[in-house]
Design a protein around this ligand. Structure first.
Ligand code: HEM
Ligand SMILES: [Cu+2]
Length: 842
């Protein structure tokens, strides 16, 4: 029977059958814990760790405020102060703001989409553990006096080897580069999760705004974070091997760092704000008990903000001597981006006006958010005006502005979210009485601390100074700011007390829907999410689909229980959310946790220059990843299953429908973006020092590059032949496929050797000029991708020999093939830039 939306209704199963399924459902104890680690629990652990970093960075801020309370204070010297503001800024941005929103989504998204989990639970766990271990190690650098002190944006030349010898700056570069890997892993998980694991019927126009926001967030990470990865790679190579990317005497340019950093850093602000806005769009309708006004417009605004925020980065560089025309462009664009945020603000106000507001703690925080964020937006428009920015650049006015935006734009929504959503997983709700105290303390504290700073800045106090003389007359303003910061601290402390008193994690006895919300994360859950997966017919199913909770709980919908005796969820089509296949989730495992720990140890070892232990950890990390992936491609291990309502789904599909295929595509986008950043740097450096480019008789030779190109292309062609051969043997692996992979590997390695040899034989050395360094940088990236392909191909061969790969069960092969083509594409691009570009200009 099909209903209006085109989905068959769930047919209630006979009571006996349901009973049997219920029994199959009850997971054994160990299984409960593992499913917890992979889902809600890792999400909460993740949120908790991020809050820990918020508190730690907050303590650093209090230390700074204490030092600045009175003029000529010598509580903290300039050295420590430099470390404090660097660590505070860095931790708040990289170890709190981004992880906390990813953490929240690991915990919220599956519930909101009534999926049993995000599609790669082990990848979320990997992201978490990498962040946990790496973040704590990074923080501990403070205790050993080796904390970075170059400011959170680490401008060279200050942070290059001449002015920052020692390992402090390396801590920042390797530590942050590593944390970015964790953020990107999370982003891949979120994109595939939002697009592929939704409740049947939850088409894109019924998707909760929060899920939209997370989708935009994750895509922004995919395109913005590669810039900081590229930048940290360049600076680390400059520091370690003296490749001169940012040194003007050898053709480099320190402003290149600023471009790369802010191409990441500006979107970063929206990366933080967009998920928070998504949370607000969920909380406001519930608190007002009416659907969000202008849903479509809000979604368009989110997409618009995400897109346009990539065109604003230069407004952080108005004082670097940028040409007038670009100044005007970026100034106008910076003001224009206020429009989509304005649309959302009006949608929230409209929703509040349309409904009847419940005055609960989350509501207070929403109002605090609106007030503070709008003020931050106003000063934002002020500093977007170039002449004004020239006046206040690097003063406390800017410190006031960005704290209004960051605290208003993300800390307040986050508190609202915690008070709002914790009842989904806690036995008790947080206290309303304490909550209001927390709100008022933080709200007043923030305004007292930071409003004052506008004035301090306007009368001239620069940022990043550890003290000031009495005659400047800044003393009383600073004292007020310091007092305010203690109020904030009191509020946060009270919040932690509330959390300790009332938060009790529970799978199945959570307080539940105390706000009468309409979305799926409020469905009753058990050890492994909802008992059955509902059909969704509206944006607020709990409001509009009567008996939904009872029917879900009774198992009257899809996948009622553990049909295959394991962990499973439904994979749906990205637009309409039509059920496509049943995804068998991985079971308990430790390999991914070890992989994260060893990756962290590898980066730590590099930082403190213990190269042998680092190498060992690197190898162990690779081994753990291989062990982790070994049982990740289960194949059609079970005949198609009847998920209920007459729908029979396969348990395994390959090709573009497969969830891991999507993950691979996104990974390729990330790799491509890193390469693109380096390629753009190459052009940029050319515009700065065209005279250093080879010309005339020094033009690069074309024979070796041409050979490399031919070898790459033919290796790709061989893999395609291998794929065809594999398709002809559905039940087993084929020898032609194995041979094609092996021969392909040989050709690829030959291609890489030719690519490496070309500049070397021409006498080019990476330490000589920025041009040469960039040529070798592109070669390094190619070498990295080639090494990955080598591992992937050997892994594929091993699976084929172990009988775990055939014409049906071929996800591993397909992913290797995709990345192989990527390798060829990137190689051709690098070769063209090396061999053809100097010719084109010379
Ligand atoms: C909770 C209360 C907070 C207080 C009292 C506080 C205080 C401070 C202080 C005193 C500085 C140094 C100013 C200077 O010497 O130039 C600073 C810098 C900074 N803060 Fe905060 N902050 C707070 C929250 C946050 C949050 C939530 C974020 C981000 C999510 C953040 C991000 C930054 C950044 C990026 C810097 C610049 C660091 C640099 O100059 O390299 N802060 N903050
Ligand atoms: Cu910006």
């Amino acid at each position: 029977m099909r209903d209006a939306s085109g989905f068959p209704n769930p047919v209630p199963r006979p009571e006996g059958e349901l009973e049997a399924l219920r029994r199959a459902w009850a997971p054994p104890q160990g299984w409960r814990i593992i499913s917890a680690i992979n889902n809600n629990f890792i999400g909460l652990f993740y949120v908790g760790t991020a809050l820990l970093f918020f508190v730690l960075a907050g303590i650093l801020a209090l230390m700074m405020r204490t030092q600045l309370a009175v003029p000529e204070n010598d509580l903290i010297g300039h050295r420590l102060y430099n470390q404090l503001f660097t660590m505070h800024g860095t931790i708040m941005m990289f170890l709190f703001a981004v992880p906390v929103v990813e953490a929240f989504s690991v915990f919220l998204l599956p519930n909101m989409q009534a999926a049993r989990d995000l599609p790669f639970p082990r990848l979320s766990a990997y992201a978490f553990w990498a962040y946990f271990v790496g973040g704590l190690a990074f923080f501990c650098s403070l205790f050993f006096g080796v904390a970075p002190d170059g400011g959170w944006f680490m401008y060279p030349p200050l942070t290059s080897y001449t002015f920052s010898p020692g390992i402090a700056a390396d801590f920042w570069l390797l530590g942050i580069g590593f944390i970015e890997i964790s953020a990107i892993a999370g982003a891949i998980e979120i994109i595939v999760g939002v697009l592929k694991t939704r409740a049947p019927g939850q088409s894109l126009d019924k998707l909760p705004v929060y899920a939209w926001a997370m989708l935009v967030f994750a895509f922004m990470i995919v395109f913005a974070f590669p810039a900081i990865i590229a930048a940290t790679l360049l600076l680390e190579l400059e520091r370690a091997l003296h490749w001169p990317f940012f040194i003007p005497e050898r053709g480099g340019d320190p402003v290149l760092w600023q471009h790369l950093f802010w191409f990441f850093g500006h979107p970063e602000v929206y990366v933080i704000f967009i998920p928070a806005a998504g949370m607000v769009s969920m909380i406001v309708p519930t608190m007002a008990q009416t659907p969000l006004v202008a849903y479509r417009l809000v979604v368009v605004a989110l997409l618009g903000t995400g897109f346009f925020s990539f065109g604003l980065w230069v407004h952080h560089m108005f004082t670097t001597g940028i040409p007038q025309l670009s100044l005007s462009f970026f100034s106008a664009a910076s003001m224009a981006v206020a429009i989509p945020s304005g649309i959302q603000v009006f949608a929230w106000i409209g929703t509040i006006a349309a409904g009847r507001l419940q005055w609960k703690t989350p509501t207070y925080f929403i109002f605090g958010f609106l007030f503070i964020f709008v003020l931050g937006g106003l000063t934002g428009v002020m500093v977007a005006m170039v002449p004004f920015d020239w006046q206040v650049h690097d003063t406390y006015f800017v410190v006031a502005h960005f704290h209004y935006v960051l605290i208003g734009g993300m800390v307040f929504p986050l508190f609202a979210a915690i008070y709002y959503w914790f009842p989904t997983t806690s036995k008790f709700a947080l206290s309303e009485r304490i909550g209001k105290w927390v709100f008022w303390l933080i709200f007043l504290g923030v305004n007292i601390t930071f409003f004052t700073m506008h004035i301090t800045g306007l009368i001239g106090m620069p940022r990043r100074v550890y003290t000031y003389v009495t005659e400047m007359g800044w003393g009383w303003l600073n004292l007020i700011s310091t007092a305010g910061s203690y109020l904030i601290a009191a509020g946060v402390l009270l919040f932690l007390i509330d959390l300790a008193r009332n938060f009790r994690f529970s799978f199945d006895e959570a307080v539940g829907n105390i706000w009468n919300a309409g979305t799926l994360e409020w469905l009753p859950t058990e050890a492994y999410q909802t008992r059955s997966i509902p059909i969704v017919r509206s944006r607020e199913p709990l409001w509009e689909q009567p008996n939904l909770s009872e029917d879900v709980k009774a198992g009257r919908f899809y996948l009622p229980g553990a049909l295959m005796g394991g962990r499973e969820t439904i994979v749906t089509s990205p637009i309409d959310a039509h059920p496509q296949y049943v995804l068998q989730m991985p079971g308990p495992g430790w390999a991914h946790v070890l992989a994260a720990v060893f990756t962290a140890a590898f980066f730590m070892g590099l930082t403190v220059q213990l190269y042998v232990p680092a190498a060992i950890c690197g190898v162990l990390a690779v081994v753990s990843v291989i062990a982790w992936l070994w049982d990740s491609d289960p194949g059609p291990s079970h005949p198609p299953v009847n998920i209920g309502g007459g729908i029979v789904l396969p348990v395994y599909l390959t090709g573009p429908i497969n969830h891991s295929w999507w993950a691979m595509i996104i990974l390729m986008l990330v790799a491509g973006a890193v390469f693109a950043c380096v390629a753009v740097s190459y052009f940029y450096i050319w515009t700065v020092h065209p005279a250093l480019w080879p010309s005339g008789s020094l033009l690069p030779e074309w024979e070796w590059p041409a050979l490399a190109a031919v070898l790459y292309l033919s290796s790709s062609a061989l893999v395609v032949l291998g794929s065809r051969s594999l398709a002809r043997t559905p039940q087993r692996s084929s020898w032609p496929m194995r041979l094609a992979l092996l021969l392909g590997l040989v050709l690829m390695l030959g291609g890489f050797a030719a690519q490496l040899y070309a500049p070397w034989s021409a006498g080019l050395r990476p330490t000589e000029t920025s041009y040469a360094a960039l040529v070798y940088m592109m070669t390094c990236l190619q070498g990295f991708i080639a090494a990955v392909i080598l591992l992937m191909a050997l892994f594929t061969l091993a699976r084929s020999l172990a009988g775990k790969l055939d014409g049906m069960r071929r996800s591993t092969f397909d992913n290797t093939m995709l990345f192989w083509h990527y390798m060829t594409g990137q190689g051709l691009a690098a070769l063209a830039l090396y061999a053809l570009f100097p010719r084109a200009i010379g």
